[in-house]
Design a protein around this ligand. Structure first.
Ligand SMILES: Cc1cc2nc3c(=O)[nH]c(=O)nc-3n(C[C@H](O)[C@H](O)[C@H](O)COP(=O)(O)OP(=O)(O)OC[C@H]3O[C@@H](n4cnc5c(N)ncnc54)[C@H](O)[C@@H]3O)c2cc1C
Length: 222
């Protein structure tokens, strides 16, 4: 270890931002955050991007102002745990660390289902959600696969934003199984046609249904 411990946080989503701020506040270490853009992307708002709503832009510089956290905007290409350093795409000089926080997030598993990589739109990354938004200009029907919180939010937001389209929610498990009893009751009380007789799949034309998600404005009325 060097005299002042060096903490490097990779990724500045919810996890990286919170970790970096707390570490800067509660330790004597120097804290450096590496993220591939100077923008705080709230992944849980990506379904709103997909329905044409542009979330508020907050720069990471703003978030880290007066916190003592140093921000490096670059793509992490490699972590070398033996040398304790991180390689970057643009900067030839690697960043050394004593302690590494790995918070680069997750991605949608498109490779697990044949055809998904070529034909599906994910909402895990803002750019992918924006592709779905563009596709919705011409799509007549959309199937949202997966009925966890992301699938539920995306399906309800799409149905509410595009009431003239058919939105189907497809899940292999029980609808709302990760929700509380109250949340599940609410979901099942929402009126709509009966479930699809497929293997655990549920299908509904949700355009005119009352849904648990909060009301959102149509993008063309912004
Ligand atoms: C549509 C949707 C709805 C959701 N709804 C909810 C909800 O209601 N409640 C809830 O608790 N959770 C929800 N989630 C999940 C929640 O958003 C995530 O769990 C959370 O955002 C994960 O944060 P993270 O910091 O771990 O990762 P991320 O937010 O993915 O952050 C990773 C960061 O690393 C950066 N990065 C990635 N690779 C590199 C690289 N090689 N080099 C440099 N930087 C890189 C990215 O740009 C990003 O800034 C939702 C997610 C989605 C997609």
């Amino acid at each position: 270890m060097t005299a002042t411990p060096r903490i490097v946080v990779l990724g500045a989503g919810y996890t990286g931002v919170a970790a970096a701020k707390l570490l800067a506040k509660r330790t004597d270490a120097s804290v450096t955050v590496v993220n591939n853009r100077d923008r705080f992307v709230e992944r849980m708002r990506n379904h709103q991007v997909a329905t044409g709503h542009e979330p508020r832009h907050t720069t990471l510089r703003e978030l880290f102002a007066r916190t003592g956290v140093r921000l490096v905007v670059d793509q992490v290409t490699r972590v070398d745990p033996w040398q304790r350093q991180v390689d970057l795409a643009r900067d030839a000089e690697p960043i050394g660390y004593d302690l590494l926080v790995y918070a680069l997030g997750s991605h949608a598993d498109l490779g697990g289902v044949p055809g998904a990589t070529a034909h599906a739109y994910a909402v895990a990354v803002a750019e992918e959600a924006a592709r779905l938004r563009d596709k919705m200009r011409t799509a007549g029907a959309v199937a949202v696969v997966g009925a966890g919180p992301t699938g539920l939010e995306t399906a309800t937001a799409l149905a509410e934003t595009y009431p003239d389209r058919t939105v189907r929610l497809v899940t292999g498990g029980a609808l709302g199984e990760t929700l509380s009893d109250r949340g599940r009751d609410h979901l099942h009380r929402a009126p709509g046609p009966p479930g699809h007789p497929g293997a655990g799949a549920r299908q509904g034309r949700q355009g005119r249904r009352r849904r648990p998600a909060p009301r959102r404005r149509r993008p063309d009325r912004r």
